[in-house]
Design a protein around this ligand. Structure first.
Ligand code: FFO
Ligand code: GTP
Ligand code: K
Length: 461
């Protein structure tokens, strides 16, 4: 079994830093590191006190060569990150020491960990469930304080405890129904159906309550995409600059995305916002104009918010009318720009060319635009409600979809009862709901799905 292996990985990011950490986990991690570790005193690592830090050096036993001066952390399973014996070797934070130590470990019966394997072990060993493992990815990938605190509450078990609670109630009902199925002569069917209905209604309500947080949760977790459109000289670049000046993201380099000149990241109302200037797509990316237009269209259709910049100081041009028509019906905010000079375009002129979420006047040149964007981000994410704390929120699309499916099964069970169907039908529906919810926490999920999920982690996690 692969879980018998002892695994290792560099836990710190590649590059130069103060300290580099190599994490080792598995049943042989103590003896293996002990064979490579030299320190004052003769007590072997496995006999030293748990959760202590030991000073010494890592020495290649084959050559007796010292690789680096280190601190070694001892964490005996099951009270460790993976719930196995874990040793962390803290060396100097260069690229070479961490690699040399990892190489030495690999030469001594340690296997290089796969992406996410430490966290996968924590899951396989039952220390955390799948929602908590996913929360760890979310913590690492969080781009704003709000998305971090949402992920931390998921790690703390907000989603798990909801699922666990509902599943316990469902299994009790299923057991009850199955008794009825097994002993039909007892004639308790009607009573049971009525009881089940009474128990299912609050469950449905709780599911609805949780799902009502899904939109907000998802946007906090994943961020939103905003696309800027407008004819040349409308003021798109000026707007982009005005917005960036006020909303610089904490994280500028978003891993996993290629940042070219048309995209910027910022934080607005605690939400990570990806801002795309479609003019940039045409100018910098494609020689064939049509392709650029097609890509721009693609971005527009996927955008959460479209900012349509119109020069308010000159009459609408045919090109502006065409742009307005193409973004009509979307979540489009028309920004009548250059409000610092005399305006000729009226709100009515705009409304003649489509339906838009709002029409606002700004002067990008004078640095305006940010307040308007904040207002509409808040509207999109919180639907005009006041921003609340992130506790009991569902944010992961996988979880949302499973709760929706489980809810449909509960509704199915209720309608089976209403239609006077035999209790086995009701029991089958409830069992499906129970299984779907189990997929969320990983209690009933298939192995292939688990592998897929953990492969999304980075190496060393
Ligand atoms: N050096 C280091 N820092 C780190 C981690 C790590 O693995 N190593 N972590 C990971 O990447 C995070 C901390 N996560 C952890 C989660 C659980 C346990 C743990 O030992 N749990 C035990 C004991 C709990 C207790 O004492 O109350 C348990 O759950 O039984 C350790 C780290 C962040 N910082
Ligand atoms: N008076 C006034 N002029 C503005 C305003 N915003 C932009 N301009 C001017 O309009 C011109 C075009 O502005 P840009 O921001 O470069 O416009 P753009 O839409 O990015 O243009 P392209 O890069 O060609 O697509 C510049 O001369 C700006 O100074 C504004 O709010 N008021
Ligand atoms: K105009």
């Amino acid at each position: 079994m692969y879980i018998d292996d002892t695994i290792a990985a560099i836990a710190t990011p590649p590059g130069i830093g103060g300290v580099g950490i190599i994490r080792v986990s598995g049943k042989d991690s103590f003896p293996i590191v002990n064979s490579l570790f030299k320190s004052a005193g003769t007590v072997p690592l496995m006999d030293r006190q748990n959760r202590t830090i030991q000073y010494g050096t890592i020495v290649d036993p084959a050559t007796n060569k010292t690789i680096d001066e280190v601190l070694v952390l001892l964490m005996k399973g099951p009270h460790s990150y993976t719930a196995e014996d874990v040793v962390e070797i803290q060396c100097h934070g260069g690229i070479v020491p961490v690699r040399q130590i990892l190489k030495l470990l690999v030469n001594h019966d340690v296997r290089m960990a796969e992406a996410g394997e430490f966290t996968k072990r924590a899951f396989m060993n039952g220390r955390i469930d799948l929602t908590q493992a996913e929360a760890i990815i979310d913590i690492i990938e969080a781009k704003t304080e709000d998305s971090l605190s949402l992920a931390v509450s998921q790690l703390d078990g907000t989603v798990s405890s909801f699922v666990k609670d509902v599943r316990e109630q469902l299994i009790a009902m299923i057991a009850h129904l199955e008794v009825t199925i097994d002993y039909p002569e007892e004639d308790i069917e009607d009573v049971t159906s009525q009881e089940v209905r009474e128990q299912l209604e609050p469950i449905l309500k709780a599911m609805d309550e949780l799902l009502s947080t899904a939109n907000t949760g998802r946007l906090i977790r994943d961020g939103i995409t905003t696309v800027i459109v407008g004819r040349p000289n409308a003021g798109k670049s000026s707007l982009m600059n005005a917005l960036l000046r006020e909303n610089r993201a904490i994280v500028t380099d978003i891993p996993g995305t290629t940042r070219d000149s048309i995209e910027e990241y910022m934080t607005v109302e605690g939400i990570s916002l990806r801002l795309i200037d479609t003019a940039g797509i045409r100018d910098t990316q494609d020689t064939v104009e049509a392709l650029g237009v097609e890509r721009a269209r693609d971005y527009i259709n996927k955008a959460d918010i479209v900012l349509c910049v119109i020069d308010g100081s000159t009459p609408l041009t045919p090109e502006e009318i065409e742009i307005l028509t193409s973004v009509s019906g979307l979540n489009t905010i028309v920004l009548l720009n250059k409000s610092d000079v005399a305006q000729v375009v009226t709100d009515e002129n705009i409304k003649e060319h489509g339906t838009f979420t709002a029409i606002e006047r700004i002067s990008a040149k004078e640095g305006e635009g940010s307040a308007v964007l904040s207002k509409w981000v808040q509207e999109l994410v919180y639907g005009g409600r006041v921003k609340q704390d992130n506790s009991a929120m569902i944010s992961n699309v996988r979880h949302i979809s499973l709760v929706e499916q489980a809810k449909a099964q509960v509704e199915e069970a209720l309608s089976s009862i209403d239609m006077g169907m035999p209790v086995d039908f009701v029991a089958t529906d409830l069992r499906s709901a129970w299984e779907l919810l189990g997929d969320i926490t990983g209690d009933t999920i298939r192995e292939s799905m688990i592998d897929e999920l953990f492969s999304r982690f980075c190496l060393g996690k």
